[in-house]
Design a protein around this ligand. Structure first.
Ligand SMILES: Nc1ncnc2c1ncn2[C@@H]1O[C@H](COP(=O)(O)OP(=O)(O)OP(=O)(O)O)[C@@H](O)[C@H]1O
Ligand SMILES: [Zn+2]
Length: 711
């Protein structure tokens, strides 16, 4: 009977190198009563789970993880604030390999092995033999302990158990020299694996280190230096030229170039002034700024990015799940095959027992699936880090896998392909300009639609007195309406005005002409008469045409989805060299995405994430781009943090490179296993080659994955 409420608990777990470590831990704690929703992030060094405190205590969880051979301590605050995995274990960070536990084991077993060999060569005696036995036992002890821990938790088939049986068996049949070599090579492999895991981890940690440790807080009488983590919303910090900004905030005084590259990947400084938002970690290049803190330090953009990358790691890719299932039967199968190899030839053919026991043991080592198990997560962790450093965020392997295979990319028009800052280009007829702007601005007051903003800006610039409006509301996909000066007034698309019966043939022709020129036209009218037309123009993003060209070269189709009319859409899309679907109501966009998915294959939708959240959801991969990503970071599948359309092909290229990398890794892992499976049974290669193949494959796979970081 669970009386107490279940709670979410988080720990920092050290010593995990790969997905197989993570899985071992997850499987062990999942078996405990009252434990649910376990997730383990090997790169984030995090274990989190939901716990019924009256069924299993926290210490029991910690005990279980320690028995498997990993370090564990509670994450500082389980509420999600001040995640200390963002910084990791300060003692472990930057520690050279030879001072880590795994490094020391390598040195110790290596030294014993070398000494034993020296004895063997100089004065063959019992002492050399004992040296090999000693090296083997010392190197094997921690492995055997972990194997036992896992066995007690119901996991007989682990890398450690195969290793322990093989090495102990080799000692038993008198092959001490080889047993010691096997143990030594295994230790080397483990150490290299952990070095590589640290490297991948470092990619993300480096981001956290970009936020300065201290901030200059403005007080009544000057400034005081305080830890940046103690800044609170509403406080004002002073940032000197050349310093990094200590918190997400808003400039209240000062103008200067801000280098946002740590957060968005945009390397050109952006000119910002009072009212503009800034990110923690960005560099203030040339002026003194006063900044009001708008977000808690634990919750700033860079912290959210880091958290997102760590969570992304926990989301499994389909390929990874396949490999997992595969290795679940692979290990038992190899054990069964080894047993067969040991007993069948001697019993059936009267072959020599010693020879076949030896071959069976070597085969056990072929059963270590280490390289295979890490082949996918290693690539994905590298890709997530590499992307995050350039402002390309993807929520996990499944997203990467889907992004690599998209056939079509649907783009939202305003704010994605264009700057999203339309301006009024023409008022028709010109003599009605004042009434047009006054009525339209009255209707649009309070609206945040880009067209509304443009109309309001123009009205303000022309010093138009805007009459009050009541009952203002949007007509989605069509326009807006309100009661102005006692009667209803409308600002809507020409098609809507035509349906209302206020648009004559001549006005319609004029609207069409403006639209063909690339403007968006809205009609301003009363229920009984047209006041006039407003033409608005938005500029395509400078790199949009280049991005569409790159996508074409990659064999990916690009389609603009817009609520705008077909003529404007044709002109804008034609200029960018892409297809379009126009006149779409918000729900039509969902249907369009479904259609394209059915016809050509998976669709990726790119939008600002604010107005098009349902479309982002509908697409196989929803990507939020640009300034709107602040909201969309949590809802979309991926985010592009800077306003660059070319980051869309860059994202696809990264996803494809990652899948290629994964395929190479699986081929390396499986290929080497297949080759040595045969040579082992044939007796061409023995114990130490078998383990060298495993260690070598693991190292190759990890190094190959790290190549993604250098992209
Ligand atoms: N607030 C508004 N003021 C004026 N016209 C509007 C307004 N809202 C919608 N419209 C009209 O409806 C059309 C479609 O608008 P909607 O906002 O649905 O387009 P969208 O698909 O979001 O835009 P885009 O494809 O350009 O990103 C606009 O082109 C415009 O004619
Ligand atoms: Zn591992």
């Amino acid at each position: 009977m669970a009386t107490e409420r279940a709670e979410r608990v988080e720990w920092t777990v050290t010593g995990m190198d790969c997905g197989s470590c993570a899985r071992k831990i997850a499987a062990a704690v999942e078996r405990l009563p009252g434990v649910a929703e376990v997730s383990v992030a090997p790169m984030g060094e995090k274990l989190s789970l939901t716990l019924h405190p009256d069924e299993t205590g926290r210490d029991r969880i910690e005990d279980t993880v320690r028995r498997l051979g990993y370090g564990i301590r509670p994450a500082v605050a389980p509420s999600g604030r001040h995640h200390d995995h963002d910084h990791g274990d300060p003692a472990a960070q930057g520690r050279p390999w030879h001072r880590s536990g795994k490094g020391r084991l390598v040195i110790l077993t290596g030294a014993l092995l070398a000494a034993a060999w020296a004895f063997e060569l100089l004065a063959p005696s019992r002492w050399g033999y004992l040296g090999f036995v000693l090296a083997c036992l010392i190197g094997l002890a921690p492995v055997a302990r972990r194997a036992l821990g896992a066995l007690r938790m119901g996991q007989p088939f682990t890398i450690e158990s195969l290793m322990t049986i093989a090495a102990a068996g080799a000692l038993f049949i008198g092959a001490a020299q080889e047993a010691a070599l096997v143990v030594f090579l295994f230790a080397v492999g483990e150490m290299l694996e952990s070095v590589a895991a640290d490297r991948a981890r470092h990619g993300i940690r480096a981001l956290a280190d970009l936020v300065p440790r201290t901030a200059r807080l403005e007080t009544g009488d000057g400034t005081r230096e305080i830890p940046a983590s103690e800044l609170r919303i509403g406080q004002v910090a002073v940032v000197r030229p050349g310093d990094r900004i200590p918190a997400d905030g808003e400039i209240i005084e000062g103008h200067g170039g801000i280098d946002d590259s740590p957060v968005t990947g945009e390397s050109l400084p952006v000119a910002k002034g009072p009212g503009d938002g800034v990110f923690a970690g960005s560099i203030n290049t040339d002026a003194v700024l006063r900044i009001r803190v708008t977000r808690d330090p634990a919750d700033n953009t860079i912290a959210r990015i880091i958290r997102l990358v760590h969570e992304a790691e926990e989301a499994r890719a389909p390929t990874e799940r396949f490999i997992e299932r595969f290795s679940r039967w692979y290990m038992p199968a190899i054990v069964a095959l080894s047993a067969l190899v040991v007993v069948a030839p001697p019993l059936l053919l009267g072959a020599d027992w010693g020879v076949w026991i030896y071959r069976g043991l070597a085969l056990l080592l072929i059963g270590c699936p280490c390289a295979l198990v890490i082949s996918v997560p290693a690539s994905i962790a590298s890709a997530l880090s590499a992307g995050a450093r350039r402002g390309l965020l993807m929520k996990g392997g499944a997203v990467i896998e889907a992004a690599a295979s998209v056939a079509t990319i649907a783009f939202d028009k305003t704010g994605t392909l264009t700057m999203g800052r339309p301006v009024v280009a023409a008022l028709v007829p010109p003599e009605a300009a004042a009434e047009l702007l006054a009525t339209a601005a009255a209707v649009e007051t309070g609206s945040s639609h880009p067209l509304a903003r443009a109309i309001l800006e123009r009205a303000a610039a022309d010093r138009i007195a805007v009459p009050p409006a009541t009952g203002a509301r949007a007509i989605p996909g069509r326009g807006a309406t309100a009661v102005v000066a006692g009667a209803p007034a409308f600002v809507a698309s020409p098609a809507t005005a035509e349906q209302a019966g206020v648009l004559g043939a001549q006005d319609l022709a004029r609207a069409a002409e403006l639209e063909t020129g690339g403007s968006t036209v809205v009609a301003v009218y009363r229920p009984d008469r047209l006041i006039g037309l407003i033409a608005l123009r938005d500029t395509p993003r400078a790199d949009a045409a280049k991005a569409i060209g790159q996508l074409r070269d990659m064999g990916v189709g690009a389609v603009m989805l817009t609520g705008d009319n077909p003529r404007t859409a044709a002109t804008v899309a034609g200029g960018l060299g892409m297809d379009y679907r126009a006149g779409l109501m918000p729900q039509d966009k969902l249907t369009a995405i479904r259609d394209m998915d059915g016809a050509a294959g998976p669709v990726m939708m790119v939008g600002d994430g604010i107005n098009d959240a349902p479309a982002l959801k509908q697409a196989r991969v929803g990507v939020a781009m640009g300034s709107g990503t602040d909201v969309a970071l949590e809802t979309a599948d991926a985010a592009i943090l800077r306003d660059r359309v070319t980051d869309v092909p860059a994202l696809i290229a990264l996803a494809r490179a990652t899948m290629g990398n994964i395929r190479q890794n699986v081929a390396i892992a499986l290929g080497l296993k297949a080759v040595f499976l045969i040579t082992t049974i044939a007796g061409i290669t023995g114990l130490w080659i078998a383990i060298l193949a495993d260690t070598g494959a693991t190292v190759l796979v990890t190094l190959n994955a790290l190549r993604l970081l250098r992209r």
